[in-house]
Design a protein around this ligand. Structure first.
Ligand SMILES: [Zn+2]
Ligand SMILES: [Zn+2]
Length: 157
């Protein structure tokens, strides 16, 4: 299993592998920030999504790890060559076909709605739903409420 973790301090992606998961902490290779990581037993054993290893939140969506820059690049090359190919504009179809095949081949990744941590190679990814704005809004509202409560309990203490 491989978890792609976005460092909460510098927002750069850092990779966590299975061995690192045993240590419970992940150190960002770029800024040295130590993020506490806690992989739930069912995520480690069955690859299911019940709790985010980084933020503890329980909503996830799935997304193709498709490189958009690559996809747009193929389309631009196809457009540039379109008038010169024979038959004309056949390059547009070839470009679209290449993008389509690459899209089919790249794997799904599971992503945490709250902290955008990426999970790769987990069997549970197949059961996740694609991104939904309503769910994202609900997760954000819950997070805002929780930070409010934290602030309040801190000021009361
Ligand atoms: Zn960092
Ligand atoms: Zn998370």
């Amino acid at each position: 299993m491989e978890i792609g973790l976005y460092c909460p301090a510098c927002r750069k992606s850092a990779r966590l592998d299975t061995e690192a998961l045993e240590t419970r902490d992940s150190t960002c290779p770029r800024c040295g920030h130590v993020a506490p990581v806690e992989v739930s037993p069912s995520m480690r054993d069955e690859g299911s999504f019940d709790r985010c290893a980084l933020c503890g939140q329980d909503r996830f969506f799935k997304q193709k790890s498709f490189n958009r820059v690559f996809g747009i690049g193929v389309v631009l090359v196809a457009i540039a060559f379109a008038p010169f190919t024979s038959p004309p504009y056949i390059s547009l179809f070839i470009g679209a076909a290449i993008d389509g095949v690459v899209y089919l081949l790249v794997p799904w990744v599971g992503i945490c709605y709250n902290c955008e941590t990426e999970y790769r190679g987990l069997p549970g990814i197949a059961q996740l739903e694609p991104f939904e704005h309503l769910v994202a809004q609900r997760v954000q509202a819950r997070r805002a409420r929780e930070t409010d409560e934290q602030k309040r309990s801190r000021s009361e203490a």
